[in-house]
Design a protein around this ligand. Structure first.
Ligand SMILES: C[S@@+](CC[C@H](N)C(=O)[O-])C[C@H]1O[C@@H](n2cnc3c(N)ncnc32)[C@H](O)[C@@H]1O
Length: 207
């Protein structure tokens, strides 16, 4: 699929500058930090950070005592994550083809990574999240709110990229999350004053 190759190559290109860009993300974004802290408190077992980038959120979860690991499409991102956090496990992989065993984790974090998956493939990714989660496990998705798709052709210091960002309405995503076998428990709005706001969805895997 060309979107997968484009996304992987784009994040390979910007991996180093992205890591610098997000280095103090949690200090800059207290509400996001609170969401991750809540996720850590709710998760009773291993958790996987899908689309983990350079592993900064994976490491934050681990610092709170979570048995956290990461998966990312970009080998360069995974390389950075492994170097920065050698005590944690990071693997290259796509959320559309997760290789984790069934019911093997108690938490899935997809922080601004599902935004790159085209609408038609969202049920595939959500199906994998549900498959790898134990019943009662927690799914947290961070995303951009809106409608339509934006093509990002450069970023993080002007590096060339070719990555699509799919904006989503909360009802649109919640409907698909429910259809994948989850109960939506909460939805947080972040930066509601921005032209493109962000949101965090919390959902529980059904029994
Ligand atoms: C905007 S970054 C977010 C990184 C980190 N989760 C954060 O919130 O800062 C998007 C990340 O998702 C990864 N990604 C995109 N599509 C993916 C896919 N299909 N499977 C796994 N990771 C993916 C990219 O390689 C990139 O590292």
């Amino acid at each position: 699929m060309s979107w997968l190759a484009d996304t992987r190559d784009s994040y390979d290109t910007v991996a180093e500058s992205y890591a610098e860009f997000v280095a103090d993300a949690l200090e800059q974004q207290p509400y996001l930090k609170a969401a991750l802290t809540l996720f850590a408190a709710q998760v009773d077992g291993p958790a996987v950070d899908v689309g983990c980038g350079p592993g900064h959120f994976t490491a934050y979860l681990a610092s709170l005592g979570v048995d956290a690991s990461g998966v990312d499409l970009s080998p360069a991102m995974v390389g950075l994550a492994r170097r920065a956090h050698p005590e944690l496990a990071f693997e290259v992989g796509s959320m559309t083809d997760l290789t984790l065993p069934d019911a093997s984790v108690a938490g899935v974090l997809a922080s601004w990574s599902l935004i790159h998956v085209p609408d038609d493939d969202v049920p595939v990714a959500l199906g994998h999240f549900r498959r790898v989660l134990r019943p009662g496990g927690l799914l947290v998705i961070g995303y951009h709110v809106g409608a339509g798709t934006r093509l990002k052709t450069q970023g993080y210091g002007g590096h060339p990229m070719r990555v699509h960002i799919h904006l989503r309405q909360p009802w649109w995503l919640a409907r698909r999350v429910r259809a994948a076998g989850f109960t939506v428990e909460a939805e947080w709005s972040l930066n509601p004053e921005n032209e493109v706001s962000q949101a965090i969805l919390f959902a529980r895997a059904s029994a």
